[in-house]
Design a protein around this ligand. Structure first.
Ligand code: ADP
Ligand code: MG
Length: 704
């Protein structure tokens, strides 16, 4: 101890002094108003809170010299003007409880005050009951002088001059005026999309032509057209939904998976305020990753309404990044909703699905890339990764064979011919690859694409909505993530494929999973399928006869059998219009099957089961109740479409072996990745079976 004293004398404790209030306020102001864009955002929000329908923003030198914001809102009462720029003065809350009960959020009476601590502020305002306007100037939260009467319309004009005049260090770290202008213009754009009933104008000082101008009573899409252009707006899909459980309402527009832009556009509003939520952004990016080409990104605009009690905005000084309770659940709800909308717009894409490389999520230095790595290895940065958790695969990679379709996949099409293996008429088989089949299928698909694009119908039958809600409510978020991020390893058998997720290896039951996929596709694309046309019509009675012949209890008496077949065909024909309209199951006037729904491009169901499928439609559908009826048809159709061995295909396809593997890897698994909302199957029916886990294997082999 003695040596320590002699080397460095113990310092004499200094007095603790309370910082001067002005210094405190200056520090706080610097945290809230970091750049001109923050000031513009805060002041626009004030104008919106004041009920304005017209907001005009004028900017000089990127906001550094001047920000002027003029609105036609309720104005500020003359008596309140002297304290308008004092810290913690607000007309919006009285008590702490109000912070959580307000429908909007983040009112702390700090914005105007903060701005007045870093710039010169002047407010000119007039309320509806005042005969003229009143003007007051401010510095460091206080009025400079007594203010003066002046002419003016009802509303408020706030001018902010000489940004950071008293803080050269902060000023020096701002970007160029042009860049600052771009940043603040981004906020104006966002608010113009969110508030189409308010007119926004953004212009540079001295310029007559505005850079942004939206009319006061417009619509979200009209404003998107003005702000982002026709090309993007044409590709937007409406997203709407709500969950009773968390009282979360979602509305917005997202781009469909056919379309991509060079940089992600993510506009998020919670309770009317523009915010960031990186978790949500990343989760949404992930669902697009499977669809969009490399370097392609989505456009996402979402506006959420949440009970204010669930949100905490005060963690971040600029209130930019929000946190809320039940984050996982709410994000999962939103992701599922967006997913389903994308899925519903899927019929319009047909062939592109296999011809585009999935892009990596968020290019370059984005958070997603960092977090993805982090999730694989807890040791970030230059530290060596834990070998037990090293993953050498990346689910975003794709191999070249995805681009080379075996000819038999292209050539398959529905075809009937007189004698099937059983010898009875009207049997169905695969067409042998004829030269023109290739073209035929393409024509069918292209046709279905156009049909789907032009007349996509919105079907809001309660029964259907309930069936979709059942799917959404039982979706397992972990399994969803597993599917979204899996790496396909290979086919172990017809019905079992191996996939890797992070450090774990799973065996997946392709039949079961594809049944679920087709079931969901039927619900989500209800009434909007493409059509897979039969190359030749197939007689319904022929199909029924075959089904009866192969049934467990064949009917020996030919008259009885004939009567039964006739009744079955009559029943189907009577339901024909509905089956065609909603399910694209088409019959001709001559009682023949002529079309089936085209659920996935290039995917033909195992046709050896067609007679059985038609028979099940006759015997297993409850035609009396709408929900049961739709559910039965969807389930039976999904079972028929589910992937399994197809003996007809095998018999006629030279490349049979390659073809089915290609279908599993390049048609089914990409669809699982992008669309399937898996129920809690992992532990239940062994659809997913975990075969190995790297850390566990490591434990075993390390000892050897
Ligand atoms: P807060 O918005 O959190 O209340 P601010 O510092 O942003 O705090 O604004 C202080 C108060 O000034 C507001 O509560 C409001 O009464 C008034 N105010 C500010 N801007 C306007 C405006 N454009 N129109 C009407 N009142 C305004
Ligand atoms: Mg405010």
């Amino acid at each position: 101890m003695a040596t320590q004293t002699s080397l460095s004398p113990r310092p004499i404790p200094k007095r603790i002094l309370k910082l001067d209030q002005t210094v405190v306020n200056k520090i706080a102001a610097g945290e809230i108003i970091v750049r001109p864009a923050n000031a513009v955002k805060e002041m626009m929000e004030n104008s919106l809170d004041a009920g304005s329908t017209d907001i005009i923003i004028t900017i000089k030198n990127g906001g550094l010299d001047l920000i002027q914001i003029q609105d036609n809102g309720c104005g500020i009462r003359k008596d309140d003007l002297p304290i308008a720029c004092e810290r913690f003065t607000t007309s919006k809350i009285n008590s702490f409880e109000d912070l959580t009960s307000l429908s909007s959020f983040g009112f702390r009476g700090e914005a105007l005050s903060s701005i007045s601590y870093i710039a010169k502020v002047k407010i000119t305002t007039r309320t509806a009951d005042a005969v003229c306007a009143f003007q007051m100037e401010y510095g460091l939260g206080q009025p400079l002088g007594l203010g003066k009467l002046c002419a003016g319309n009802v509303g408020t004009i706030i001018t902010v001059e000489n940004f950071f005049y008293n803080n050269p260090v902060r000023k020096s770290i701002l970007s160029s005026p042009t860049e600052e202008y771009v940043r603040l213009a981004e906020f104006v754009t966002k608010y113009a999309v969110r508030y189409p009933n308010v007119g926004f104008t953004l212009k540079k000082f001295g310029q007559h032509v505005a850079d942004i101008r939206t009319p006061p009573s417009s619509s979200t899409l009209e404003n998107c057209k003005l702000l982002f252009g026709n090309t993007i707006t044409r590709e937007l899909v409406l997203v709407e939904g709500e969950t009773d459980k968390y009282h979360c309402k979602v509305a917005g527009y997202v781009s469909n998976p056919n379309f991509s832009i060079k940089k992600i556009t993510f506009l998020l509003f919670i309770n009317g305020r523009s915010v960031d939520c990186n978790k949500l952004k990343r989760s949404l990016e992930l669902i697009y990753a499977a669809h969009l080409p490399k370097n392609g990104f989505p456009f996402i605009y979402l506006s959420l309404e949440l009970p204010p009690g669930l949100i905490d905005v005060n963690i971040h000084p600029t209130k930019a990044e929000v946190y809320f309770r039940f984050e996982e659940e709410i994000i999962s709800f939103i992701v599922t909703l967006v997913q389903s909308k994308i899925m519903a717009s899927q019929t319009s894409r047909t062939f592109t699905i296999q011809t585009q490389l999935p892009r990596s999520v968020s290019q370059g230095s984005s958070t997603m890339d960092i977090d993805y790595q982090a999730s694989l290895s807890p040791a970030r940065g230059p530290k060596k990764a834990d070998p037990r958790k090293m993953v050498r695969t990346d689910y975003r990679e794709q191999t070249l064979d995805a681009f080379i379709r075996p000819p038999s996949v292209i050539n398959r099409c529905l075809h009937s011919h007189g004698g099937g293996p059983s010898g009875s008429g009207g049997k169905v088989s695969e067409a042998a690859p004829e030269t023109n089949n290739d073209d035929e299928l393409k024509v069918i698909s292209v046709k279905s694409r156009l049909v789907a694009k032009r007349c996509r119908r919105k079907i809001s039958l309660t029964s259907l909505l309930e069936l979709k809600a059942d799917v959404e409510e039982t979706m397992d978020a972990n399994l969803r993530r597993l599917l979204a991020e899996h790496k396909f390893v290979g086919c172990a058998s017809y019905t079992t494929a191996l996939i890797q997720h992070q450090t774990r290896l799973f065996a997946v039951d392709v039949s079961k999973l594809s049944e679920e996929l087709f079931y969901q596709m039927i619900l989500y694309d209800f009434g909007n399928f493409g059509i897979c046309k039969a190359a030749e019509p197939v007689s319904l009675s022929g199909l029924m006869e075959t089904a009866l012949e192969f049934s467990d209890e064949p009917i020996e008496d030919p008259t009885e059998r004939e009567a039964m077949v006739e009744r079955a065909v009559e029943l189907l024909m009577s339901k024909g219009p509905m089956l065609a309209d909603y399910f694209s199951i088409q019959f001709s006037k001559d009682k023949e099957l002529v079309g089936l729904p085209l659920l996935l491009p290039d995917y033909i169901p195992p046709l050896s089961d067609l007679p059985n499928y038609v028979a099940r439609l006759v015997t297993e559908v409850d035609w009396t109740k709408e929900k049961e009826c739709f559910n039965n048809i969807a389930r039976i159709t999904a079972q028929f479409y589910s992937f399994r061995r197809d003996f007809y295909a095998e018999a006629i396809e030279e490349e049979g072996d390659k073809a089915w593997k290609w279908t599993v890897q390049h048609t089914l698994f990409p669809a699982f990745r992008s669309m399937l909302q898996p129920g809690p199957m992992l532990h239940g029916d062994r659809t997913f079976v975990q075969l190995a886990d790297l850390p566990h294997l490591y434990k075993i082999f390390e000892r050897c």
